[in-house]
Design a protein around this ligand. Structure first.
Ligand SMILES: *Cc1c(COP(=O)(O)O)cnc(C)c1O
Length: 394
């Protein structure tokens, strides 16, 4: 048994359900465990490793910057932060100011605070099945009761409406609403893609009623859906756009891109000790460069279309639907997915769930076509017949 199992079991809180595998090295879409066995990664650390593991440009940038300067508070200027801000501010026309933080939930948290600051209103309207993070503000916008209920009371002023339902937005957004927050493809909630008409209506209703539109691209950002940002599929320019997961090639970093309608940023209204640190910013500059140089959005579009088509060919009575955008795919089963994920892991394929009945595939965008074929073969094998939970445990 790997010594990491014992140490982690003894000294971590138990707050994560763990698989009995210790990963020690990665390259592209391949991970190796401590026994030297290779796996195909279709999880990418929950959508972090879009560039692939140990991307050389990111590794070099981090190593060089670590020797030069790791920390520099935003009370002072820094060359790496300036470079990261310039790049982030050019991701989407109209969103040319950026707040830097360290994770997805912090980006969402900041966007909510900015929305309240800017509008003087308390309300946030979020979508059913939406996921926005686990700190108390972001959690208040997250839908899943399993995440929310043990932590009541949450932040007041939050309401949830049915996703892709324009009427529900019409009825709910009012002059107490600071912002509507949406994912363009709901990730944790089961890989549900927004209707273009729904997003257009969210933008229109917000503008008519003085509420801001926050798009949470923490999971969909940086090439994942086949565009650099998923809003490009929908010709959508929100008032704020949240990024994290992959924006610094795996180094923790979050960002909120902010449009002209958002204001009130007096010094001291918000902040973060680690936000905008030179190490993460250097990684971000390298990662954003690599996304373009390696044509990752185009790769995600091509490979996503291939994978989707091949997955839809799998004839299994277990499969209810295959859906998604780019390399963000969900296979909804008629059963709980946990034993199928365990069976895939036994075959050397790492996938993740989205809710109880959806297998979610979020591979690094550099995954190769032969690797995709192996993933499809493994899925064909595990979906050939029903698996009972007890079969896998045995
Ligand atoms: C993962 C995720 C978050 C939370 O990000 P953390 O870095 O885990 O805090 C927020 N929103 C969406 C859409 C996510 O997928």
């Amino acid at each position: 048994m790997d010594p990491a199992f014992e140490a982690e079991t003894l000294h971590s809180t138990g707050i994560y359900a763990k698989h009995p595998v210790a990963f020690v090295r990665g390259e592209g879409a391949t991970l190796w465990d401590s026994a030297g066995r290779a796996y195909i990664d279709c999880m990418a650390g929950h959508g972090v490793a879009n560039l692939g593991h140990a991307h050389p440009a990111v590794a070099l940038a981090v190593a060089e910057q670590a020797r030069r300067l790791i920390t520099c508070h935003e009370a002072f200027y820094n060359d790496q932060r300036a470079a990261a801000l310039e790049r982030l501010a050019h991701l989407r026309a109209g969103l040319d100011r950026v707040y830097l933080c360290n994770s997805g939930t912090e980006a969402v948290e900041a966007a909510f605070k900015f929305a309240r600051l800017s509008t003087g209103r308390p309300g946030i309207v979020a979508a059913m099945r939406g996921f926005h993070g686990r700190t108390l503000g972001a959690l208040s916008a997250t839908w899943n009761k399993h995440y929310r209920e043990p932590f009541q009371p949450l932040v007041p002023g939050f309401r949830h409406v049915a996703f892709n339902n324009i009427q529900a937005l019409e009825e709910t957004v009012d002059d107490h609403t600071a912002a509507v927050v949406l994912e363009v493809v709901q990730g944790e909630g089961g890989v549900h893609v927004a209707d273009p008409a729904y997003l257009a209506a969210a933008q229109r209703i917000g503008r008519e009623r003085g509420a801001l539109l926050i798009i949470d691209e923490v999971q969909t950002g940086l090439g994942r859906t086949g565009k650099l940002l998923a809003v490009e599929h929908f010709d959508l320019t929100p008032d704020m756009l949240c990024l994290a997961k992959s924006i610094a090639g795996g180094i923790p970093m979050g960002a909120v891109l902010v449009g002209q309608a958002v204001g009130g940023f007096a010094p001291g209204t918000h902040g973060s000790t680690f936000g905008g640190n030179p190490l993460a910013c250097a990684a971000c500059v390298a990662a954003l460069g690599a996304v373009i140089d390696d044509r990752l959005p185009e790769q995600a579009a091509e490979k996503g279309a291939y994978l989707m088509a091949r997955l839809r060919e799998i004839e299994s009575p277990l499969v209810r639907e295959v859906r998604g955008l780019g390399l963000m795919l969900g296979i909804e089963l008629r059963r709980r997915v946990a034993p199928y994920l365990d069976a895939l892991l036994n075959l050397g394929v790492i996938a993740l769930p989205a809710g109880l009945t959806v297998i979610r595939l979020l591979p690094p965008l550099v995954i190769t076509f032969p690797q995709l074929d192996s993933v499809i073969e493994a899925l064909r094998t595990v979906l050939a017949q029903p698996i009972e939970d007890s079969d896998v445990a045995a």
